[in-house]
Write a protein that binds this ligand. Structure first.
Ligand SMILES: Cc1c2[nH]c(c1CCC(=O)O)Cc1[nH]c(c(CCC(=O)O)c1C)Cc1[nH]c(c(CCC(=O)O)c1C)Cc1[nH]c(c(C)c1CCC(=O)O)C2
Length: 414
């Protein structure tokens, strides 16, 4: 196992608003206090010196030609599974970061999620926080699946304590008609700029990951008006006016295919498609209202970007695993309700898998976390596995346990 050492690691950050630039930074695990963030103009790169328990080693200098994550997805021989965590940037990052710019401090200064996720400097800064602390093998863009909505003429906000809010939920043909196809370079230029900067900063030591929402999951938000328990509005639409829903899904499919192409052109090295709520559909309805649109996205993207790995995640997908694979994606991300060995068997040896430790395990003891990681890695086998949680990190997960997760994961050798 790796002994946690980050000696000599680089903490590099791009331009931050001057008011957000801290003077010094240190690590609660025993980093020496060193200057941290800098403006893009001055660009000094700063060394974090630390010798710590619970944080992770630098990737080997020899393994940086291609990120480990890409090699693993392609089925090449790798020495360990690559690891990153869904929602690795965000609200759980409090104590680990509390000597410098934590996500929570940024939230105090910029209380609006949309502002935090639509400003290049903040997006880069927040995306890099987990990279600077844990050195995951994937660095995911800080954004949201709903970010494209305003560019599609669907006004929305993400409200603290409430979640996504769609101001005028779409429930009729007349509501769907004004929805515009998305033109990413016009509507979200900050996403492309941020990905390009991230790619430079991460410098192939990890894979920069983009993401989009799948049509059904996006539609569930815009039809329900926000998060939902019973999905009754979208089911009413699906089961009483299917044509209206299909026309909305088609607009999302065309738009998200373009968005993936845009993200890849800007620097994303793999893109995850989140169909978080597709599993609210019975298999027959999944085949009508979700699968064809994901497949359309995959087919379109593969035409222009045949080697870009596409990862598909749906929450609670045990009943739909084989159908998820029919979309043509390269990686199926399993949630924790599926046994990894069974998931592997059901998907076959050619499909790469991601996951699938229960996010709740991060609330357990270090020994328990270690055992669960080892179990998942053993069951996944030594090919085509990206270690991850089965869903996003839960707010309140102890940061030292997240650090332990990465330390154990990066110490694994096949
Ligand atoms: C369904 C969904 C959404 N957004 C997303 C999904 C798919 C993944 C999943 O199934 O969880 C995707 C998403 N949202 C966010 C990311 C960031 C990248 C990462 O670190 O993984 C990603 C990949 C940031 C975010 N997106 C959001 C937050 C929390 C709000 C905040 O930090 O201020 C973050 C960090 C807001 C959001 N956005 C959404 C919800 C349900 C919420 C939570 C509302 C709440 O709990 O307050 C919609």
């Amino acid at each position: 196992m790796l002994k946690g050492q980050m000696s000599g690691s680089i903490c590099s950050c791009t331009a931050l608003p001057p008011s957000l630039q801290p003077k010094r930074m240190s690590c609660i695990y025993g980093f020496s206090s060193v200057p941290s963030f800098s403006t893009a103009a001055s660009k000094p790169r700063t060394v974090i010196r630390c010798s710590l328990q619970g944080t992770v080693a630098e990737p080997k200098a020899t393994s940086v030609a291609e990120p480990l994550l890409l090699n693993a997805v392609r089925g090449e021989d790798v020495e360990r599974p690559p690891v990153w965590l869904m929602r690795q940037a965000g609200r759980y990052m409090k104590a680990v970061m509390n000597h410098f710019l934590s996500y929570q401090i940024i939230c105090q200064k910029y209380p609006s999620f949309r502002e935090r996720s639509e400003n290049v400097d903040l997006v880069v800064e927040i995306s890099l926080q987990p990279w600077n602390v844990f050195k995951p093998d994937g660095v995911i863009l800080f954004s949201d699946i709903l970010t494209p909505l305003s560019g599609m003429n669907i006004p929305f906000d993400i409200v603290k304590g409430k979640g996504p809010v769609i101001f005028n939920p779409l429930r009729t043909a007349a509501d769907v008609d004004p929805v515009r196809e998305f033109v990413p370079e016009e509507s979200v230029p900050y996403v492309g700029e941020a990905l390009t900067i991230l790619r430079k900063e991460v410098d192939n030591k990890a894979a920069v990951l983009g993401f989009v929402g799948a049509p059904f999951t996006l539609a569930s938000y815009v039809v329900e008006g926000g998060s939902s328990k019973h999905f009754s509005q979208i089911k009413r639409l699906a089961f009483s006016q299917p044509k209206v829903l299909h026309s909305l899904l088609q607009k999302f499919a065309t738009s998200m295919a373009k968005y993936i192409q845009y993200q890849a052109d800007a620097g994303a090295q793999a893109v995850q498609i989140f169909d978080s709520w597709a599993t609210e559909l019975s298999p027959v309805d999944f085949e009508e209202f979700s699968l064809p649109y994901i497949k359309q996205i995959v087919d379109t993207v593969k035409q222009t970007h045949p080697t870009l790995p596409l990862i598909l995640y749906a929450s609670g997908s045990g009943g739909l695993l084989e159908r998820l694979a029919l979309s043509g994606v390269d990686v199926v991300s399993l949630d924790w309700t599926v046994d990894m060995a069974e998931g592997r068997r059901r998907l076959g040896p050619d499909m790469a898998v991601q996951g699938n430790v229960d996010p709740g395990v991060l609330f357990g003891s270090k020994e328990f976390i270690t055992n669960r990681i080892n179990e998942v890695v053993r069951k996944a086998g030594n090919r085509k596995h990206i270690l991850n949680l089965g869903h996003g990190i839960v707010v309140g997960s102890p940061e030292e346990n997240v650090a332990h997760f990465f330390e154990v994961a990066k110490g694994i050798r096949y």
